[in-house]
Design a protein around this ligand. Sequence first.
Ligand SMILES: [Zn+2]
Length: 387
Amino acid sequence: MKSWRAISVFAAALACICAAALVWPGAASTRQASPSAIAAPSAQSQQTPTIQEYNPKSTLVVKEHKIERAKFPFIDIHSHHWNPSPEHVDQLVKEMDTINLRVLVNLSGGTGEELRKTVAAMKGRYPDRFVVFANPSYDDINTPGYGQRAAERLAADVRNGAQGLKIFKNFGMDLKYANGERVHADDPIFDPLFEKCAELKIPVLIHIAEPSAFFDPWDKNNERWEELKEFPQRARPPSKYPPFETLMAERNHLFAKHPKVNFIAAHLAFHGNDLERLGKLFDTLPNMYVDIAAVLAELGRQPYSAHDFLVKYQDRVLMGKDIYDVNEYKWYFRALETRDEYFEYYRRRHAFWRIYGFEVPDEVLKKIYYKNALKLVPGIDAKAFPK
Ligand SMILES: [Zn+2]
């Protein structure tokens, strides 16, 4: 009996609301803005989902192009494979063939003996499918003459098969001298190392800083809130780290003072959220390039700007993926090759938003996929790629 009464009271209330809406349309739109007011009983039984639970299924119906294989053979300039075993390398080649990944650049070659082993495991068995970059060792950074020794080690690594230098993100940010002072990216002690790169005509792929949101307060306004919740150690609070802009200034100074070195700034140089700024940097630094590894969602949320940017700076952008997973490249193909709309991204902690394809012309696509890498990285067989 009680429930019948509740229902009839609710029905009466609903009738009043509907009547009000009919008589006074303004009232209806006010109530629409606040659905809880109109659907009180069911709202009580409906828990508010947490930000992580909320996962609305899109009802949008539009054409979809699921692209499993790149339109042209491509070079992945940004991949990591530490001490790869022969089995891992065999498996890699099989997977690479399925997506038209012609040459994979392993940025984690190390130096010395480790570099030699990595080159042997990859290039030794598949000479035209892999490139290995060396990494500097900082073990002796506190001993005078470091730069010269690092340059000599790099020259030896290149003799042993390295085709570039990769500098990891601890450089310029976490790396410290014994006295506790932070090593700045433009510290002159590294000058001999970078000048050696110019002499050897090898590129430097360099990761400086982190997304700017990691330097901002971890609060409800932070775009990377979910990632910082999942990985709190990725936060770069001002109590422990220099500001994002300081790191950018040091990086730009490094690029400017070595104009003969080709620098590939990883992850759109962390300016994927401000392509105009990145374009201006390109204009002032002709030796600067970027990869798009792990920052596709930045381009995919601004398809018009991304398209125009890639057309304008088509000689400066390289295809890269970072964390290797053969099943994740298809998002890159779809974003670069189609105009698909509002599709889910593969890593929600990077982007809670959906992305859009920005289909670039074939000539631009070829440059991003392989021509720019062929220009920068010595020793890749260009005959495996279309003209
Ligand atoms: Zn990486």
